[in-house]
Design a protein around this ligand. Structure first.
Ligand code: GLA
Length: 397
Protein backbone atom coordinates (compact mmCIF):
# COMPACT_ATOMS: atom_id res chain seq x y z
CA UNK A 1 0.00 0.00 0.00
CA UNK A 2 3.05 2.29 0.39
CA UNK A 3 3.25 2.45 -3.37
CA UNK A 4 -0.32 3.68 -3.69
CA UNK A 5 0.31 6.32 -0.97
CA UNK A 6 3.27 7.59 -2.97
CA UNK A 7 1.18 7.55 -6.12
CA UNK A 8 -1.54 9.59 -4.44
CA UNK A 9 0.99 12.11 -3.10
CA UNK A 10 2.44 12.60 -6.58
CA UNK A 11 -1.01 12.83 -8.09
CA UNK A 12 -2.15 15.48 -5.62
CA UNK A 13 1.00 17.48 -6.21
CA UNK A 14 0.45 17.33 -9.97
CA UNK A 15 -3.17 18.34 -9.56
CA UNK A 16 -2.23 21.39 -7.50
CA UNK A 17 0.45 22.37 -10.00
CA UNK A 18 -1.89 22.01 -12.96
CA UNK A 19 -4.93 23.60 -11.36
CA UNK A 20 -3.70 25.89 -8.58
CA UNK A 21 -7.02 27.66 -8.06
CA UNK A 22 -9.12 24.52 -8.18
CA UNK A 23 -11.03 23.09 -5.22
CA UNK A 24 -9.39 20.17 -3.39
CA UNK A 25 -9.92 17.12 -5.63
CA UNK A 26 -11.70 13.89 -4.98
CA UNK A 27 -9.32 10.97 -5.52
CA UNK A 28 -10.60 7.74 -6.95
CA UNK A 29 -8.72 4.47 -7.17
CA UNK A 30 -10.02 2.06 -9.79
CA UNK A 31 -8.21 -1.24 -10.37
CA UNK A 32 -7.24 -3.34 -13.36
CA UNK A 33 -8.46 -6.92 -13.46
CA UNK A 34 -7.46 -10.49 -14.05
CA UNK A 35 -9.76 -13.25 -15.20
CA UNK A 36 -9.20 -16.78 -13.95
CA UNK A 37 -11.28 -18.46 -16.64
CA UNK A 38 -14.17 -17.64 -18.99
CA UNK A 39 -12.57 -15.70 -21.83
CA UNK A 40 -14.60 -14.18 -24.66
CA UNK A 41 -17.71 -15.47 -22.95
CA UNK A 42 -19.06 -12.18 -21.61
CA UNK A 43 -20.42 -10.84 -24.90
CA UNK A 44 -21.95 -14.26 -25.51
CA UNK A 45 -24.04 -13.94 -22.32
CA UNK A 46 -21.90 -16.59 -20.61
CA UNK A 47 -20.08 -16.51 -17.27
CA UNK A 48 -16.73 -15.00 -16.29
CA UNK A 49 -14.53 -15.31 -13.21
CA UNK A 50 -12.56 -12.08 -12.88
CA UNK A 51 -11.11 -10.16 -9.93
CA UNK A 52 -9.83 -6.64 -9.32
CA UNK A 53 -6.08 -6.43 -8.71
CA UNK A 54 -3.49 -4.38 -6.86
CA UNK A 55 -2.71 -2.28 -9.90
CA UNK A 56 -4.98 0.68 -10.47
CA UNK A 57 -5.79 3.94 -12.17
CA UNK A 58 -5.97 6.99 -9.88
CA UNK A 59 -8.03 10.02 -10.82
CA UNK A 60 -7.85 13.35 -9.00
CA UNK A 61 -10.85 15.39 -10.02
CA UNK A 62 -12.81 18.48 -9.02
CA UNK A 63 -15.64 20.43 -10.60
CA UNK A 64 -15.18 23.78 -12.36
CA UNK A 65 -17.61 26.66 -12.53
CA UNK A 66 -17.78 26.59 -16.32
CA UNK A 67 -18.42 23.85 -18.86
CA UNK A 68 -14.83 23.02 -19.76
CA UNK A 69 -13.10 19.71 -19.17
CA UNK A 70 -9.38 19.98 -18.50
CA UNK A 71 -7.49 16.68 -18.41
CA UNK A 72 -3.90 15.79 -17.72
CA UNK A 73 -2.40 12.32 -18.12
CA UNK A 74 0.53 12.35 -15.74
CA UNK A 75 2.31 9.26 -17.07
CA UNK A 76 2.00 10.31 -20.70
CA UNK A 77 2.77 13.96 -19.93
CA UNK A 78 -0.14 15.03 -22.06
CA UNK A 79 -3.00 17.45 -21.55
CA UNK A 80 -6.34 17.77 -23.24
CA UNK A 81 -9.13 20.36 -23.02
CA UNK A 82 -12.64 20.35 -24.45
CA UNK A 83 -15.92 22.17 -23.81
CA UNK A 84 -18.84 19.92 -22.84
CA UNK A 85 -20.98 21.18 -25.72
CA UNK A 86 -18.19 20.10 -28.07
CA UNK A 87 -17.89 16.60 -26.70
CA UNK A 88 -17.03 13.92 -29.27
CA UNK A 89 -14.57 11.00 -29.58
CA UNK A 90 -10.99 12.12 -30.07
CA UNK A 91 -9.44 10.49 -33.10
CA UNK A 92 -5.68 10.95 -32.92
CA UNK A 93 -5.13 9.84 -29.29
CA UNK A 94 -6.97 7.31 -27.15
CA UNK A 95 -6.59 8.24 -23.52
CA UNK A 96 -9.09 11.17 -23.30
CA UNK A 97 -11.79 8.94 -24.80
CA UNK A 98 -11.98 6.75 -21.71
CA UNK A 99 -12.94 9.81 -19.69
CA UNK A 100 -14.97 11.70 -22.28
CA UNK A 101 -16.93 8.58 -23.23
CA UNK A 102 -18.18 8.37 -19.67
CA UNK A 103 -19.05 12.08 -19.58
CA UNK A 104 -21.08 11.40 -22.70
CA UNK A 105 -22.96 8.64 -20.85
CA UNK A 106 -24.04 11.13 -18.19
CA UNK A 107 -25.07 13.50 -20.96
CA UNK A 108 -27.09 10.73 -22.66
CA UNK A 109 -28.99 10.30 -19.39
CA UNK A 110 -29.81 14.02 -19.48
CA UNK A 111 -27.89 14.65 -16.29
CA UNK A 112 -26.98 18.35 -15.99
CA UNK A 113 -23.22 18.47 -16.46
CA UNK A 114 -20.52 20.78 -15.24
CA UNK A 115 -16.91 21.17 -16.32
CA UNK A 116 -14.10 19.60 -14.30
CA UNK A 117 -10.35 19.41 -13.88
CA UNK A 118 -8.78 15.97 -13.67
CA UNK A 119 -5.34 14.42 -13.45
CA UNK A 120 -4.89 10.75 -14.20
CA UNK A 121 -2.12 8.33 -13.32
CA UNK A 122 -2.11 4.55 -13.50
CA UNK A 123 0.14 1.61 -12.75
CA UNK A 124 -2.01 -0.79 -14.76
CA UNK A 125 0.28 -1.58 -17.68
CA UNK A 126 -1.27 -0.40 -20.95
CA UNK A 127 -2.02 -3.05 -23.57
CA UNK A 128 -1.17 -5.86 -21.16
CA UNK A 129 -4.69 -7.34 -21.09
CA UNK A 130 -5.30 -6.00 -17.57
CA UNK A 131 -8.03 -3.55 -18.59
CA UNK A 132 -6.25 -0.29 -18.06
CA UNK A 133 -8.99 1.47 -20.02
CA UNK A 134 -11.86 -0.01 -17.99
CA UNK A 135 -10.07 1.17 -14.85
CA UNK A 136 -10.13 4.76 -16.14
CA UNK A 137 -13.74 4.51 -17.29
CA UNK A 138 -14.87 3.19 -13.92
CA UNK A 139 -12.86 5.84 -12.06
CA UNK A 140 -14.58 8.54 -14.12
CA UNK A 141 -18.07 7.10 -13.73
CA UNK A 142 -17.60 6.72 -9.98
CA UNK A 143 -16.16 10.23 -9.64
CA UNK A 144 -18.87 12.00 -11.62
CA UNK A 145 -21.56 10.13 -9.73
CA UNK A 146 -20.08 11.47 -6.49
CA UNK A 147 -19.39 15.00 -7.67
CA UNK A 148 -22.72 15.48 -9.44
CA UNK A 149 -24.64 13.72 -6.62
CA UNK A 150 -26.46 11.57 -9.13
CA UNK A 151 -26.96 8.50 -6.93
CA UNK A 152 -26.59 6.04 -9.78
CA UNK A 153 -26.05 2.51 -8.47
CA UNK A 154 -22.78 0.72 -9.14
CA UNK A 155 -24.17 -1.76 -11.66
CA UNK A 156 -25.56 1.06 -13.74
CA UNK A 157 -22.19 2.84 -13.52
CA UNK A 158 -20.58 -0.36 -14.80
CA UNK A 159 -22.93 -0.37 -17.80
CA UNK A 160 -22.17 3.29 -18.50
CA UNK A 161 -18.44 2.59 -18.38
CA UNK A 162 -18.87 -0.35 -20.79
CA UNK A 163 -20.96 1.76 -23.14
CA UNK A 164 -18.26 4.46 -23.10
CA UNK A 165 -15.82 1.86 -24.44
CA UNK A 166 -18.26 1.05 -27.27
CA UNK A 167 -19.02 4.60 -28.30
CA UNK A 168 -15.76 6.47 -27.64
CA UNK A 169 -13.11 3.74 -27.93
CA UNK A 170 -14.85 1.75 -30.69
CA UNK A 171 -14.52 -1.67 -29.04
CA UNK A 172 -17.76 -3.60 -28.61
CA UNK A 173 -16.47 -5.13 -25.39
CA UNK A 174 -18.46 -7.28 -23.00
CA UNK A 175 -19.11 -6.22 -19.43
CA UNK A 176 -16.42 -8.19 -17.62
CA UNK A 177 -13.64 -5.59 -17.32
CA UNK A 178 -15.75 -2.74 -16.02
CA UNK A 179 -17.66 -5.07 -13.72
CA UNK A 180 -14.49 -6.46 -12.16
CA UNK A 181 -12.94 -3.04 -11.74
CA UNK A 182 -16.00 -1.55 -10.05
CA UNK A 183 -17.37 -4.51 -8.07
CA UNK A 184 -14.14 -6.33 -7.15
CA UNK A 185 -13.61 -7.52 -3.57
CA UNK A 186 -10.33 -8.20 -1.80
CA UNK A 187 -9.26 -11.88 -1.97
CA UNK A 188 -12.38 -12.84 -3.92
CA UNK A 189 -13.20 -13.79 -7.46
CA UNK A 190 -16.49 -12.67 -8.98
CA UNK A 191 -18.52 -15.37 -10.67
CA UNK A 192 -20.61 -13.21 -12.94
CA UNK A 193 -23.54 -14.28 -15.07
CA UNK A 194 -23.15 -11.82 -17.94
CA UNK A 195 -26.78 -12.26 -18.94
CA UNK A 196 -28.59 -11.52 -15.69
CA UNK A 197 -25.65 -9.68 -14.09
CA UNK A 198 -26.21 -11.77 -10.97
CA UNK A 199 -22.93 -12.47 -9.29
CA UNK A 200 -21.38 -14.25 -6.36
CA UNK A 201 -18.03 -13.76 -4.70
CA UNK A 202 -15.88 -16.86 -4.49
CA UNK A 203 -12.93 -16.62 -2.07
CA UNK A 204 -9.68 -17.48 -3.79
CA UNK A 205 -7.60 -19.67 -1.54
CA UNK A 206 -4.53 -20.88 -3.33
CA UNK A 207 -2.78 -22.58 -0.37
CA UNK A 208 0.92 -22.18 -1.09
CA UNK A 209 0.42 -20.89 -4.63
CA UNK A 210 0.25 -17.40 -6.08
CA UNK A 211 -0.97 -15.75 -9.26
CA UNK A 212 1.87 -14.62 -11.48
CA UNK A 213 1.52 -12.69 -14.72
CA UNK A 214 4.08 -12.84 -17.48
CA UNK A 215 3.78 -9.81 -19.72
CA UNK A 216 4.74 -10.72 -23.28
CA UNK A 217 5.44 -7.08 -24.06
CA UNK A 218 3.54 -7.56 -27.31
CA UNK A 219 0.80 -5.05 -28.08
CA UNK A 220 -0.94 -5.92 -31.31
CA UNK A 221 -2.56 -3.05 -33.10
CA UNK A 222 -5.06 -5.52 -34.58
CA UNK A 223 -6.53 -6.34 -31.20
CA UNK A 224 -9.66 -4.17 -31.34
CA UNK A 225 -10.59 -4.89 -34.96
CA UNK A 226 -10.06 -8.63 -34.44
CA UNK A 227 -12.08 -8.43 -31.23
CA UNK A 228 -15.07 -6.95 -33.05
CA UNK A 229 -14.61 -9.56 -35.79
CA UNK A 230 -14.83 -12.42 -33.24
CA UNK A 231 -18.00 -10.91 -31.86
CA UNK A 232 -19.53 -10.84 -35.34
CA UNK A 233 -18.49 -14.45 -35.95
CA UNK A 234 -20.27 -15.49 -32.76
CA UNK A 235 -23.36 -13.57 -33.86
CA UNK A 236 -23.27 -15.30 -37.23
CA UNK A 237 -23.16 -18.72 -35.53
CA UNK A 238 -26.16 -17.83 -33.35
CA UNK A 239 -28.03 -16.60 -36.41
CA UNK A 240 -27.61 -19.96 -38.15
CA UNK A 241 -28.57 -22.01 -35.10
CA UNK A 242 -31.52 -19.72 -34.57
CA UNK A 243 -33.02 -20.81 -37.87
CA UNK A 244 -33.93 -24.06 -36.12
CA UNK A 245 -33.52 -23.59 -32.36
CA UNK A 246 -34.48 -20.57 -30.27
CA UNK A 247 -31.24 -18.94 -29.15
CA UNK A 248 -30.29 -15.38 -28.36
CA UNK A 249 -26.60 -15.90 -27.73
CA UNK A 250 -24.04 -18.71 -27.68
CA UNK A 251 -24.97 -19.17 -24.03
CA UNK A 252 -28.19 -20.83 -25.28
CA UNK A 253 -26.44 -23.20 -27.67
CA UNK A 254 -25.07 -26.73 -27.29
CA UNK A 255 -22.33 -28.53 -29.20
CA UNK A 256 -24.79 -30.80 -31.08
CA UNK A 257 -26.69 -27.70 -32.27
CA UNK A 258 -23.44 -26.24 -33.59
CA UNK A 259 -22.53 -29.51 -35.29
CA UNK A 260 -25.89 -29.61 -36.99
CA UNK A 261 -26.43 -25.97 -37.94
CA UNK A 262 -23.02 -24.32 -38.18
CA UNK A 263 -20.33 -26.91 -38.98
CA UNK A 264 -21.70 -27.77 -42.45
CA UNK A 265 -21.96 -24.07 -43.37
CA UNK A 266 -18.62 -22.69 -42.27
CA UNK A 267 -15.71 -24.40 -40.50
CA UNK A 268 -14.19 -21.20 -39.14
CA UNK A 269 -17.41 -19.90 -37.59
CA UNK A 270 -17.96 -23.39 -36.15
CA UNK A 271 -14.52 -23.32 -34.55
CA UNK A 272 -15.14 -19.91 -32.99
CA UNK A 273 -18.52 -20.90 -31.59
CA UNK A 274 -17.25 -24.25 -30.37
CA UNK A 275 -14.58 -22.52 -28.31
CA UNK A 276 -17.14 -20.29 -26.59
CA UNK A 277 -19.58 -23.12 -25.85
CA UNK A 278 -16.74 -25.23 -24.41
CA UNK A 279 -15.38 -22.28 -22.43
CA UNK A 280 -18.73 -21.66 -20.76
CA UNK A 281 -18.76 -25.34 -19.69
CA UNK A 282 -15.15 -25.18 -18.53
CA UNK A 283 -15.88 -22.24 -16.30
CA UNK A 284 -18.65 -24.11 -14.50
CA UNK A 285 -16.31 -27.04 -13.87
CA UNK A 286 -13.54 -24.71 -12.75
CA UNK A 287 -15.89 -23.10 -10.20
CA UNK A 288 -16.74 -26.53 -8.81
CA UNK A 289 -13.02 -27.27 -8.48
CA UNK A 290 -12.44 -23.97 -6.74
CA UNK A 291 -15.23 -24.56 -4.26
CA UNK A 292 -13.78 -28.02 -3.48
CA UNK A 293 -10.26 -26.65 -3.13
CA UNK A 294 -9.06 -28.58 -6.20
CA UNK A 295 -6.62 -26.04 -7.62
CA UNK A 296 -4.85 -28.71 -9.66
CA UNK A 297 -8.12 -29.28 -11.52
CA UNK A 298 -8.52 -25.54 -11.98
CA UNK A 299 -5.00 -25.29 -13.41
CA UNK A 300 -5.75 -28.05 -15.94
CA UNK A 301 -8.79 -26.10 -17.13
CA UNK A 302 -6.63 -23.00 -17.62
CA UNK A 303 -4.28 -24.92 -19.93
CA UNK A 304 -7.31 -26.17 -21.86
CA UNK A 305 -8.61 -22.62 -22.18
CA UNK A 306 -5.30 -21.47 -23.57
CA UNK A 307 -5.35 -24.24 -26.12
CA UNK A 308 -8.84 -23.25 -27.24
CA UNK A 309 -8.01 -19.55 -27.41
CA UNK A 310 -4.93 -20.35 -29.45
CA UNK A 311 -6.22 -23.06 -31.81
CA UNK A 312 -9.96 -22.50 -32.12
CA UNK A 313 -10.58 -18.85 -31.32
CA UNK A 314 -7.18 -17.77 -32.69
CA UNK A 315 -6.69 -14.76 -30.44
CA UNK A 316 -3.30 -15.81 -29.08
CA UNK A 317 0.01 -15.03 -30.73
CA UNK A 318 3.39 -16.73 -31.02
CA UNK A 319 4.79 -14.95 -27.95
CA UNK A 320 1.86 -15.86 -25.67
CA UNK A 321 2.02 -19.47 -26.85
CA UNK A 322 5.73 -19.54 -26.02
CA UNK A 323 5.08 -18.19 -22.51
CA UNK A 324 2.53 -20.95 -21.86
CA UNK A 325 4.72 -23.62 -23.46
CA UNK A 326 7.66 -22.60 -21.24
CA UNK A 327 5.76 -23.45 -18.06
CA UNK A 328 3.59 -26.29 -19.29
CA UNK A 329 5.56 -29.21 -17.95
CA UNK A 330 6.83 -27.43 -14.86
CA UNK A 331 5.38 -29.17 -11.78
CA UNK A 332 5.45 -25.85 -9.86
CA UNK A 333 2.97 -24.34 -12.32
CA UNK A 334 -0.59 -25.65 -11.96
CA UNK A 335 -2.09 -23.71 -14.82
CA UNK A 336 -1.29 -21.02 -17.36
CA UNK A 337 -3.10 -19.26 -20.15
CA UNK A 338 -3.26 -16.06 -22.12
CA UNK A 339 -5.66 -13.60 -20.58
CA UNK A 340 -8.04 -10.92 -21.85
CA UNK A 341 -8.86 -9.99 -25.43
CA UNK A 342 -5.64 -11.46 -26.83
CA UNK A 343 -3.05 -10.75 -29.54
CA UNK A 344 -0.56 -9.80 -26.85
CA UNK A 345 -0.60 -8.87 -23.19
CA UNK A 346 -0.09 -11.25 -20.30
CA UNK A 347 -0.36 -14.88 -19.40
CA UNK A 348 -1.84 -15.80 -16.04
CA UNK A 349 -0.07 -18.55 -14.09
CA UNK A 350 -0.75 -20.36 -10.81
CA UNK A 351 2.70 -20.92 -9.35
CA UNK A 352 4.00 -22.58 -6.18
CA UNK A 353 5.27 -19.90 -3.76
CA UNK A 354 8.82 -21.12 -3.33
CA UNK A 355 9.32 -21.64 -7.06
CA UNK A 356 8.30 -18.14 -8.15
CA UNK A 357 11.69 -16.38 -8.12
CA UNK A 358 13.46 -19.11 -10.08
CA UNK A 359 10.58 -19.45 -12.49
CA UNK A 360 10.61 -15.73 -13.26
CA UNK A 361 14.34 -15.92 -13.94
CA UNK A 362 14.13 -18.95 -16.18
CA UNK A 363 11.04 -17.85 -18.12
CA UNK A 364 12.51 -14.39 -18.72
CA UNK A 365 15.74 -15.90 -20.02
CA UNK A 366 14.13 -18.46 -22.30
CA UNK A 367 11.56 -15.95 -23.55
CA UNK A 368 14.30 -13.53 -24.48
CA UNK A 369 16.17 -16.28 -26.31
CA UNK A 370 13.08 -17.39 -28.21
CA UNK A 371 11.63 -13.99 -29.12
CA UNK A 372 14.30 -11.34 -28.55
CA UNK A 373 11.83 -9.61 -26.20
CA UNK A 374 12.00 -8.84 -22.50
CA UNK A 375 9.16 -10.20 -20.44
CA UNK A 376 8.01 -8.59 -17.23
CA UNK A 377 6.54 -10.55 -14.35
CA UNK A 378 3.99 -9.40 -11.79
CA UNK A 379 2.83 -11.26 -8.71
CA UNK A 380 -0.78 -10.14 -8.32
CA UNK A 381 -2.95 -9.76 -5.26
CA UNK A 382 -6.70 -9.46 -5.40
CA UNK A 383 -8.03 -6.14 -4.19
CA UNK A 384 -11.24 -4.17 -3.73
CA UNK A 385 -12.94 -2.49 -6.67
CA UNK A 386 -13.34 1.23 -7.40
CA UNK A 387 -13.24 3.41 -4.28
CA UNK A 388 -12.61 6.90 -3.05
CA UNK A 389 -9.17 7.05 -1.51
CA UNK A 390 -9.05 10.64 -0.35
CA UNK A 391 -9.42 10.60 3.44
CA UNK A 392 -11.14 13.99 3.65
CA UNK A 393 -13.42 13.58 0.68
CA UNK A 394 -16.61 14.80 2.39
CA UNK A 395 -14.98 18.16 3.04
CA UNK A 396 -14.71 18.86 -0.62
CA UNK A 397 -17.76 17.47 -2.41
C1 GLA B 1 -11.55 -7.80 -23.37
C2 GLA B 1 -12.98 -7.25 -23.28
C3 GLA B 1 -13.83 -8.08 -22.32
C4 GLA B 1 -13.74 -9.56 -22.64
C5 GLA B 1 -12.28 -10.00 -22.82
C6 GLA B 1 -12.17 -11.41 -23.30
O1 GLA B 1 -10.90 -7.63 -22.16
O2 GLA B 1 -12.98 -5.92 -22.87
O3 GLA B 1 -15.17 -7.64 -22.35
O4 GLA B 1 -14.51 -9.88 -23.77
O5 GLA B 1 -11.58 -9.16 -23.72
O6 GLA B 1 -12.68 -12.29 -22.37
Amino acid sequence: MQQSKDTITLLLRAFKESFPSSAEPLIIRSPGRINIIGEHTDYNDGFVLPAAIDKAAYLAISLRDDNEIHLRALDLQRSFTVAINNLKPVTNINWPNYILGVVNEFRTKNIPLQGFNAVLTSDVPIGAGLSSSAAVECATAFALNELLHTNIDKIELVKMAQSAEHTYAGVRCGIMDQFASMIGKKNNLIKLDCRSLEYEYIPLTLKGYKLVLFDSNVKHSLASSEYNKRLEQCEQGVHWVNKKYPAKKLRDITKPMLQEQVQPKNKLIYQRCLFVVEEIERLQQACEYLKNGNIHGLGEKMFQTHNGLSKLYEVSCKELDILVELVHNNPAVLGARMMGGGFGGCTLNIVKDEAIILLIESVSKSYKQATGLECKAYIVEIEDGTTITHPNRRLYV
